[in-house]
Design a binder for this molecule. Structure first.
Ligand SMILES: [Cu+2]
Length: 210
């Protein structure tokens, strides 16, 4: 992530301070929070969803669905998380928000790979699989003005709620999956909702040569 200048930095710091204040006070929905629109229908908030006494830190939603147990090939579990203030924040996020994307294992043999993206956070997320060119490292892409990076060459994505493939985003507490055939090489797993990449949602996936 590259900060363009002093004004941008000041804004980021201001937003981060607001976010921290909101988290530690634990009071009410943040700016723009508008009710339970993103809650999966028919499900009640799980225990600890409003985390009594929870300070700043990664929140872990209770998953309300799971991927099929018999996905083909190697399975990579990708945990998506954030330190949002409420579950109703949608997909947008300020620069400087704390988010995570962790893929386990980070190395798989070539062939069919099933990626299971579990959104344990508050916000919507998604999983996009991009190739990494020689000499490129994960996290080096430069987001455009809309906060997203170029997805040219995308191998596929898991971005729906409780389903396979592309969609409108993985809602908090839901799972999306996709099965790809990957040749040996290096790939980058990212969340490409606005500012999520810059906020840290990327990891390399290595596909070995045998
Ligand atoms: Cu995200």
């Amino acid at each position: 992530m590259k900060l363009a200048g002093g004004r941008t930095l000041a804004l980021v710091v201001a937003i981060a301070s607001l976010a921290l204040a909101g988290c530690s006070s634990g009071s009410g929905p943040g700016p723009g929070g508008t009710g339970g629109a993103s809650l999966p229908s028919g499900s009640a908030p799980g225990p600890g969803m409003m985390g009594s006494g929870s300070g700043p830190g990664y929140h872990f939603s209770t998953l309300t669905c799971t991927a099929p147990p018999d996905l083909p090939g190697s399975t990579v579990i990708v945990t998506l998380g954030d330190m949002g203030m409420t579950q109703m924040m949608g997909g947008s996020a300020p620069l400087g928000a704390h988010m995570m994307l962790r893929a386990v294992p980070g190395t798989v043999p070539p062939g069919k790979v099933s990626l299971v993206a579990e959104n344990m956070g508050w916000r919507n997320h998604e999983l996009v699989i991009l190739p990494l060119a020689a000499g490129e490292q994960a996290g080096q892409r430069v987001p455009g003005p809309d906060g997203t990076v170029d997805e040219t060459g995308s191998m596929g994505e898991a971005s729906t709620s409780c389903g396979a493939g592309a969609g409108e985003g993985i809602r908090a507490g839901t799972v999306s999956w996709t099965t790809l055939t990957l040749a040996p090489g290096r790939y980058e797993l990212i969340c490409n909702l606005p500012n999520h990449y810059a906020d840290g949602m990327y990891q390399e996936l290595l596909v070995t040569s045998s």
